[in-house]
Ligand binder design. Structure first.
Ligand SMILES: Nc1ncnc2c1ncn2[C@@H]1O[C@H](COP(=O)(O)OP(=O)(O)OP(=O)(O)O)[C@@H](O)[C@H]1O
Ligand SMILES: [Mg+2]
Ligand SMILES: [Mg+2]
Length: 699
């Protein structure tokens, strides 16, 4: 079962693209439009000859601006009127003619329509309506209204709403477009006591309208053969497709009977040669047939409401299925004035709003508080919906009438459905309860899914987002960059000021981090300082650690040169060893070696990292002098410039690379030593190794 929505709209008369093949444009037409020009003066360009700037084209002037006359634009650009020249477009010609007959039926002037596909490929549509007017048109002397309708774009009787109240026809182009794109088209009108006839070829009349014979009949018949120059020589009407389109129309207007007839020589499949479509229950009939064989959760909720005051009507049929419809969870088919609207619109929105409101009210009434969760999406997500509206002056989006945008359609539908649906629910409480519970469950599922997604998204962005306290370096590339993990916020502040912004990042750690040697993995994760650390490094701990994820080339632990600082450093080393030993083994981890003493005399300044170093400096640089000796209590005490010079600047600092003992068994010992009870021991260990490791340092 896949999710709902766009599916081939079976009801719009076989508009599925699957059986439509592109029809090649005939060569004769293409050649006529663009005669091959002699090319002698225009030699073939070679790569060596640079293209000269185009010469001003003296032939492009007012005379190049064409105004297409009559129906010429239709033949020139059929795509604008019928959406292309493929099989779908070809069948659209039939839809236009059938729409006109339907409009006559919906206006209550026609009771029956006859559709026929003949052996010679002509299709005809006849209705018993008023008949196309044949009297001379006041604006076009010498031409009948019929001829104007067939040969002039934007001519029609559906603009004012006087002759037709709620028609699918809107633009006054349909019949003339069909005429323009037909090799031959014959119109017969029965009215005013006579049968009238006029014939056309490619949009041009083959003679004036003729009065054929007296007749008591009423109505119109159009018989036509699509033009091979437009659609290609292999294009032809498909009986099955015409059959589907015809039947679909019959469901949409219960007052009409449609008779289908097809020459047996045209039929290559199961399409019946003769049939009669009449559906007194309209859309309910359609939906019943559509869901035959599928397991429905409810009965069909259907109805029809006609507006008395204003012309307009709404008809609908809705059913819910927990098992889905074929391979869809839901479907919606909507129509306005019998025109399919595959892209939906205001009528669909109005229906969903009405159903949702009633269901919520019902939930309230029965004391189910979870009704508040229901949205229109939940209601429609497992429903099969057919809705058809008839309104005056419908507004469609675009030329193709694929989406209804009239806002009054939403109100009309919502109002029309409210009471009937309330009654339907209260009329059979058992069914209503079943439906309500089903939809509430879907709503809860939807909420849970959304929550899961949010959690996923949150953790995904957390991975990308760096901890707030991190002052990152600006260089994107890891190469040449360093992350200083600094003890305490105040030292962090000095480090931020003393750093090289481009390559050095600072992450202050507050307080003592967890004693990781004994911590469980869960506890490690919970420690926010440590998880910040992982985020800053860009790597994941454990098996997911990847060297290439490391965001910095060097990770430098910078703690106070005292016992506490040594403890924190040892905790961090242990943490890195436990969670990402590869980083330690690869030599990415360093210790900064901040000085303990500052020795100065006049302008001469030296820094000593411990007592023996101090003695060394005294002997070497201050012989016979009495220098001022200051002892740093912590990194935070240093001026940013001092911190930079002594500890951070690659030109003047000393770093100790953290290395692992060569024997892997010793590692546990190392950790034990680092974490041992006596702080002095740990401190010495680090100092010793710092001494040792300081040899392969950068300078
Ligand atoms: N079967 C018919 N019976 C009576 N009048 C018709 C019939 N077919 C067409 N007409 C008249 O011809 C006019 C022009 O039809 P056409 O299909 O060109 O335009 P339309 O239906 O008004 O609008 P659209 O271009 O949207 O189809 C119609 O408005 C109607 O007055
Ligand atoms: Mg029309
Ligand atoms: Mg017209």
């Amino acid at each position: 079962m896949t999710s709902s929505t766009p599916q081939p709209n079976l009801f719009n008369g076989g508009e599925e693209p699957k059986d439509s093949q592109p029809v090649p444009e005939t060569s004769s037409r293409a050649e006529k439009r663009q005669p091959a020009k002699p090319v002698a003066s225009n030699p073939v360009k070679t790569p060596e000859t640079p293209t000269p700037p185009p010469a001003p084209d003296s032939t492009y002037g007012a005379s190049s601006i064409e105004v297409l006359e009559g129906l010429e634009p239709v033949r020139m650009r059929p795509g604008m009127y019928i959406g292309g020249t493929d099989e779908k477009a070809l069948h659209h010609l039939f839809a236009e003619v059938l729409d006109n007959a339907m409009d006559e039926a919906v206006a209550n002037h026609a009771k029956a329509i006859w559709v026929e596909l003949d052996a010679d490929g002509y299709v005809s549509v006849r209705d018993d309506g008023r008949g196309i007017p044949v009297d001379p048109h006041p604006k076009y002397p010498g031409k009948s209204a019929l001829e104007v309708i067939m040969t002039v774009l934007h001519s029609g009787g559906k603009f004012s709403g006087k002759a037709y109240a709620t028609s699918g026809g809107l633009h006054g182009v349909g019949a003339s477009v069909v005429n323009a794109l037909s090799e031959r088209l014959e119109v017969t009108a029965w009215r005013d006591g006579f049968e009238w006839q006029q014939n056309f070829a490619r949009g041009h009349s083959l003679g004036p309208i003729e009065q054929i014979q007296p007749s008591k009949k009423r109505g119109t018949k159009m018989r036509f053969l699509p033009d091979v120059e437009i659609f290609g020589s292999t294009a032809h009407f498909k009986p099955a497709r015409l059959y589907r389109m015809t039947k679909a129309k019959a469901y949409l207007f219960r007052g009409v009977q449609i008779f289908w007839k097809c020459a047996t020589s045209q039929i290559t499949d199961q399409t019946p040669p003769e049939d009669k479509f009449y559906f007194p229950n309209g859309l309910a009939d359609y939906l019943a047939e559509r869901i035959k064989g599928t397991e429905a959760l409810t009965d069909i909720f259907s109805g029809r409401v006609e507006r008395k005051d204003d012309a307009g009507a709404v008809e609908w049929a809705v059913v819910w299925s927990g098992a889905g419809f074929d391979d869809h969870d839901s479907f919606v088919q909507s129509y306005c004035n019998t025109i399919p609207t595959p892209d939906g619109g205001t009528h669909e929105a109005g229906l969903r709003a009405a159903l949702t409101r009633s269901l919520k009210t019902y939930a309230e009434m029965t004391g189910d508080k979870r009704g508040g969760l229901i949205t229109a999406e939940d209601v429609a997500a497992y429903a099969g919906i057919v809705i058809s509206v008839f309104i005056r002056n419908p507004e469609f989006q675009g030329q193709t009438k694929d989406r209804l945008s009239s806002s009054d359609a939403a109100r009309l539908v919502e109002r029309a459905l409210a009471d009937p649906f309330d009654h339907w629910l209260t009329g059979s409480p058992k069914q209503a309860e079943k439906l309500l519970q089903y939809i509430i469950e879907r709503a809860e599922e939807r909420l849970k899914k959304r929550k899961d997604k949010e959690v996923q998204r949150a953790s995904a962005t957390r991975k990308l987002r760096l901890p707030g306290k991190l002052a990152d370096c600006s260089r994107q590339d890891a190469i040449g960059t360093e992350l200083f993990i600094v003890e305490g916020d105040s030292a962090g502040g000095s480090a931020k000021q003393g750093r090289n912004r481009n390559t050095q990042a600072i992450l202050p750690l507050r307080g003592k981090i967890l004693n990781v040697a004994s911590a469980t993995v869960d506890k490690l994760r919970q420690n926010s300082e440590l998880s910040d650390l992982g985020l800053a490094l860009g790597v994941q701990p454990g098996a997911k650690f990847k060297e290439e994820d490391l965001r910095y080339e060097r990770i430098i632990i910078m703690t106070d040169a005292d016992v506490d600082g040594a403890h924190i450093a040892s905790l961090l080393i242990t943490f890195f060893y436990r969670t990402m030993p590869a980083m330690v083994r690869n030599g990415n981890l360093y210790l900064a070696l901040p000085p303990l003493y500052r020795l100065s005399h006049g302008k001469e300044v030296h820094y000593a990292k411990d007592d023996s170093h101090r003695a060394e400096i005294l002997a070497k640089h201050f012989k016979g002098k009495k220098p001022e000796i200051g002892r740093f209590k912590g990194l935070g005490e240093m001026m940013p410039a001092q911190l930079k010079e002594t500890t951070m600047d690659p030109k003047t600092r000393t770093l100790a690379r953290v290395t692992l003992p060569h024997e892997e068994e010793d590692i546990e010992d190392l950790v034990e030593t680092l974490m041992g009870r006596k702080p002095e021991l740990r401190y010495r260990y680090i100092q010793d190794h710092a001494e040792f490791a300081a040899e392969d340092l950068d300078v």
